[in-house]
Design a protein around this ligand. Structure first.
Ligand SMILES: NC(=O)c1ccc[n+]([C@@H]2O[C@H](COP(=O)([O-])OP(=O)(O)OC[C@H]3O[C@@H](n4cnc5c(N)ncnc54)[C@H](O)[C@@H]3O)[C@@H](O)[C@H]2O)c1
Length: 163
């Protein structure tokens, strides 16, 4: 599928699943903002993406998604640089049971903030053209086990299309 002319923003895009999503988007001709906390890995990633896909197709924005103003700024910088926004993947996540408050900030609160920011920049309710929001979660967020039986636990944050 060609995504020529489309612009995507991927949080936690410098490595792992987010990085794979970034590469897939670039292979499909989209332009991509890689938003990640890790400056070293992010800059390495950007250099490799430029070598593989050419200059001007991607940009690295260092940002801690738990900082609301920084996340808002990352969205604005993406639109300023590429002119529009069509796809948002809220992928940044951590798994730190000891620091559970930070984990909730990254894995839940920031995903909700990223979803509302995506709507502001893409939704027809805001005079935009619509777009696609993908919120990356875990199957563990969808179900839990007790006494051997699986019980659905909601809400599960899954793919969502905005209009
Ligand atoms: N890998 C798995 O098996 C698995 C399983 C279940 C869920 N997930 C979910 O998939 C997503 C990606 O996981 P992964 O395995 O690729 O992780 P990863 O650790 O390889 O990559 C996560 C990226 O997010 C970035 N990040 C972390 N905190 C951030 C913050 N506060 N602000 C901005 N960026 C931040 C990291 O720097 C890193 O580049 C996460 O949401 C994770 O919870 C992964």
């Amino acid at each position: 599928m060609s995504l020529a002319g489309k612009v995507a923003l991927v949080t936690g895009g410098a490595q792992g699943i987010g990085r794979a999503a970034v590469q897939s988007l670039l292979k499909s001709s989209a332009k991509v903002a890689v938003v990640d906390l890790n400056k070293t890995v992010g800059e390495q990633c950007q250099n490799q993406l430029e070598a593989e896909f050419g200059e001007g197709r991607s940009t690295f924005i260092q940002c801690d998604v738990t900082h609301g103003d920084a996340l808002r700024d990352a969205f604005q910088r993406t639109v300023d640089q590429f002119g529009r926004l069509d796809i948002v993947i809220n992928n940044a996540g951590i798994n730190n049971e000891k620091n559970w408050e930070k984990t909730i900030q990254v894995n839940l609160t920031s995903v909700i903030k990223g979803t509302y920011l995506a709507l502001e920049h893409m939704s027809k309710e805001y005079g935009k053209e619509g777009g696609t929001i993908i919120n990356v979660s875990s199957m563990a967020g969808n179900r839990w086990e007790r006494g051997g039986s699986r019980i659905r636990q909601g809400p599960f944050i899954g793919p969502r299309a905005s209009s």
